[in-house]
Structures are given as C-alpha cells and as structure tokens.
Ligand binder design. Structure first.
Ligand code: NAD
Length: 510
C-alpha cells in the first residue's frame, strides 16, 4: 500500500491498536519529491504519552518473564517480514523522506543487520558464574531488562534507526516507546504492523507521534528507565541533560562533521569516486555523510578539486520514481532554505563556489525540495560552513600543507562522529588512526559506519552519554546487572553471628 492510499490523518500505535490522536494538534507530512502534503500526523499531548507509558508498563512484566528463546522467535519472524515486505517499506521510506529506492534498500539491509544482532541476545545475556567463592557460596551475575525505555528518532533513517535501537531493547526484555520524527511517521507505523504480525505482545512496541511536548513527557516520566536519542547535536545535548536530571540512563547521538583526509599519495580517481557517493548520497542527509575533504598539498588539492568538479557536474538529482537518480530532495523547504543560507554565508566569508546547486533546473518543473550538489573550496576553519553540520548537499574542500595539520583541524572540531582518510601509505594511516579524536574511523573506506555487531557512536559533541548503538554495548545499555551470592547450608549446620565485614580469608593482611 502506498502512502497516498492511506487515510490522510495518521494515528499512534498504543497497546496493539492504531489510536487516534486526541490533542487536536497535528503536523503536515510532506512528500519531499513533489512538495505535496501527504498526511497529517497527530502530535501527542503529555496526557496521551502518559497513557501509552502505562500500557507499556503493564505489558512489561510478562515480556520480561517470557523465555529468551521465545522472545527471539518473535524477532526471527519480524526479520522474515522485513524481508518479505521490503518493497512496501522502500516505497514508504522514499515517499516520506525523498531517498532513492537503492538508498532506501540499503537502509533496510542495515536495519536487518541490527535485528540479526538482537537475535544473538541469548549469547549476550549470558551472565558470569563463580563456584565456591568462599564458604560454599556461589556467585553469579545476571542481566535484567530495565522496564519501559524510550527511543526518539530523526527523520533521515525512518526504518534503520528505529530498528537499530529498538530491536535489541525488545530482545533483552524491555517494553519500547518509539517517538519517530514527525516528518516520517509512516515508516514507524508500518514497522508496528510487522511487529504485531510477528507476534510481539501488545504494549511492548508503542509508537507515539509528537514533537517537543511528547519528548518532554518521556524525559520526565518516572516510568521511563532509559532514553536512546538520535538527532541533531543541540537537541541531543538537551535530551542528555534533561533525561539524566530525571535519573534516566541516556545515550544521545548527535550530528557530525565528517572529514575525508586526502593524501598526495592517494589514487585521486578512486578517492574522488568515494568522496562523491559519501558526500552527496541521500542529499548529504546522513550523520556519517562526508562533509568535506581536507586535502594535503597544494597540487593535490588543485587536481582533486578538478576531478571532483567534473564528476559533481554529472550528478543527476530527481524523484525516487525516476531511473538512475544519484540523490533526491532534502526533507523540507525549511531545510532547503537553511542550506542555501550556509552557502550564501560561505561565499560572503570568502569561499569559492566550484559548483552551485542553489537553483537546480528540476525546480522549474517540480515543487519538490531539490538542491543540486554544491562544492566550495578555499574554505577556512573560521568559516561557519566549516564549523557547523550542514545537513544537505553543500560540501567543502579545505587545503592544508601536512597530515599533522589535517589531524589537528579535525581534532579541534567540536564534532567527532566519523572521519576517513585516503592514502597508499600504511605509516600515514597508522599515525592518523592513532592520533585522530573521532569515534568512527575509516582508512580508504568512504563511510566508516560500523557493521551491526560493532559499536556505533561518535566522540565529543557527536554523542552524549556512554551507550553505543549497534554492537554488544547496546545489550549492556538496555539491561542492568544483578549479582547474586547464594549458599544452601545443611539443616544441621552450626552457625554463629559474625560482626566482621564478610571476607574470604582469615590470614593477616600482608
Ligand atoms: P532533530 O534533532 O531535529 O530531531 C530528532 C528528534 O528529536 C525528532 O524525533 C524530533 O521530533 C525531536 N525533537 C526536535 N526538536 C526537539 C526539541 N527541541 N526538544 C525535544 N525533541 C525534539 O534531528 P533531525 O533533523 O530529525 O535529524 C537530523 C539530525 O540527526 C542531524 O543532525 C544528523 O546528523 C543527526 N543524526 C545523527 C545520527 C547519529 O547516529 N549520530 C544518526 C542519524 C541522524
């Protein structure tokens, strides 16, 4: 079913039911490829969020008690449904986010990787056991689910981010409340159908649509134990401070400014191809998109810029319904205006426009939120376009003289999500890998996003809190440790009270 055929007014998904919003407040949802409003999404009141949390809280104990084997069976069925209904998912992602079909498919594949990781929860939940730690006492540690946990998601991965976070949370026994981006609510609602069809009990997966008001209730509500947030850095910082103030476990993943260092010994043709896809794919609306190249050496910079320019001029933008499109529109008109302001500002500050994507020809015939690929060089670190994340297809080239200068520039940047370097020198790569202050590092890899069984997360102001997405760390984030010491004395055994602190030795301290 395509979005256009669905009812215009969307619902929440609470306790296994599509539930109409009662707040009276709605937001328009757009098809960015045409600029048309395709639905209205209800924005939940705090009262509606409270009710949803109560349903989740009621459902939690039974799910916690369900054997891990049975929980994982649900995930297996869910995975199967993701595969079987991938075309429907692709259509929905494309219509509400503007991604190309190929890109949407890649997002689903990466999402399924997270489900696969969650299916390994039995392995990750195995505790530790020590026999006879003293006086016939056995000690073991177990991992217990937290209870009701919340996920607040961004618009740019409508399926992957919800899957990346919630699959493990569900598998280890929590009840999950997802607050998707109000720009892409259809994908989360479709995932609800799949969870239900897979046999997940009512109340274990909830979708509450909304904006800041709904989020504020999740942050303050005493029955929410943990918050996993993915979005922009200012909101991530707010979520982290507010959530922890209310004693919640919080992992808040923020924005990125991800550079590609280009060394003089790199194969420039290969590097330019890598740059192109990593920088402009998904209209640069990826937290791991390459934001710019830092090119070492004047001559290399000149040659690299020429090669990239030629390739950028051949990129094709358009609707996901057309064939051979490189990337689609940005998410809203407002996002488009913001990106144009960054380009205008950079030019005013002295940057040089190598290619100008501000007025692409497609806008003569379409009302979609399109921007062509913009490339700027002669960019310096004091410019706003260098300092801030630009979430759209305006990319930069910065020239430096040495590798050390490139590393220092990146280390001084306040964001540290991803970084990559293209070189044929193992020695330079080693220096880069050891010295760089960024969470996810690539060497001759365009986008260094880790696979689902490795931890994902940036450094500095790209992540607040200690948890990671994906990987074994996620199972730790969504569980708490309990350590049990047990002893089974004989009925006949003589016992006395001991007033000394329990210890396992009667020898003198040496
Ligand atoms: P956003 O911060 O605007 O919104 C993210 C979520 O927060 C949405 O659900 C939104 O409803 C909610 N929200 C927005 N403003 C809020 C506020 N003031 N108070 C409470 N909640 C609020 O982000 P976006 O535009 O949807 O997504 C793009 C951003 O997400 C980019 O900065 C991108 O780098 C980042 N991102 C980061 C990662 C990562 O893993 N680090 C992954 C994907 C996207």
């Amino acid at each position: 079913m395509t979005i256009q055929q669905q009812t215009k007014t969307l619902s929440h998904f609470i306790n296994g039911n599509k539930t109409k919003g009662t707040s009276g407040s709605y937001a328009d949802v757009y098809n960015p490829s045409t600029g048309e409003v395709i639905a209205q999404v209800p924005l939940a009141s705090r009262e509606e969020v409270k009710q949803a949390i109560q349903f989740a809280k009621t459902a939690f104990p039974a799910w916690k008690k369900t054997s891990i084997g049975k929980r994982v069976e649900v995930l297996h069925r869910f995975r199967q449904l993701l595969v079987e209904r991938q075309d429907e998912l692709i259509q929905v992602i494309c219509e509400e986010s503007g991604k190309t079909k190929e890109d949407a498919k890649g997002e689903i594949i990466r999402g399924i990787e997270s489900v696969d990781m969650a299916i390994s929860a039995p392995q990750l939940l195995k505790g530790e056991y020590s026999v006879n730690v003293g006086g016939d006492i056995n000690a073991f540690s177990a991992k217990a689910p937290l209870g009701v946990v919340a996920t607040i998601a961004p618009f740019n991965f409508p399926v992957m981010v919800p899957l990346a976070i919630t699959s493990m949370a569900v598998a280890v026994g929590n009840a999950v409340i997802l607050k998707p981006s109000e720009r892409v609510p259809h994908s989360a609602l479709l995932l609800s159908e799949l969870w239900q069809e897979a046999g997940l009990p009512d109340g274990i997966w909830t979708v509450i649509n909304g904006d800041k008001e709904a989020v504020n209730e999740l942050l303050a509500n005493k029955d929410i134990q943990a918050i996993s947030f993915v979005g922009s850095t200012p909101v991530a910082e707010y979520i982290y401070h507010t959530g922890t103030k209310h004693n919640k476990r919080v992992a808040a993943f923020g924005g990125g400014k991800n550079f590609m260092i280009v060394m003089p010994d790199a194969n420039l043709e290969q590097t330019a191809n890598a740059f192109l896809g990593a920088a402009y794919g998904a209209a640069s609306q990826r937290c791991m998109a390459i934001s710019g190249a830092i090119v070492v050496g004047e001559d290399t910079e000149k040659r690299f810029t020429e090669i990239v320019k030629e390739k950028v001029l051949n990129l094709k933008i358009g609707s996901f319904q057309e064939a051979n499109i490189d990337f689609g529109p940005v998410i809203t008109q407002q996002a488009k205006d913001t990106i144009i302001q960054y380009i205008d500002g950079a030019v005013a500050e002295g940057a040089n426009l190598v290619t100008d994507g501000r007025n692409p020809s497609i806008c003569e015939t379409s009302k979609g939120f399109y921007l062509g690929p913009t490339l700027l060089n002669q960019v310096t670190p004091d410019m706003k376009i260098f300092k801030e994340e630009v979430f759209g297809p305006a990319r930069i080239i910065v020239g430096v003289e040495t590798l050390q200068e490139a590393i220092d520039l990146i280390n001084d940047h306040e964001l540290g999500n991803g970084v990559t370097m293209f070189t044929s020198s193992g020695r330079a790569a080693r220096q880069f890998q050891e010295e760089i202050e960024v969470g996810m590092v690539g060497i001759n890899v365009p986008i260094p996003i880790p696979v689902g069984y490795h931890n994902f997360g940036g450094w500095k102001r790209s992540k607040f809190g200690e948890g990671h997405m994906f990987g074994p760390d996620q199972a730790r984030f969504f569980t708490k440790a309990k350590t049990i010491s047990e002893r089974w004395p004989d009925e006949e055994e003589d016992t006395t009270s001991s007033f000394a602190f329990p210890s396992n030795s009667d020898t003198n301290i040496q």
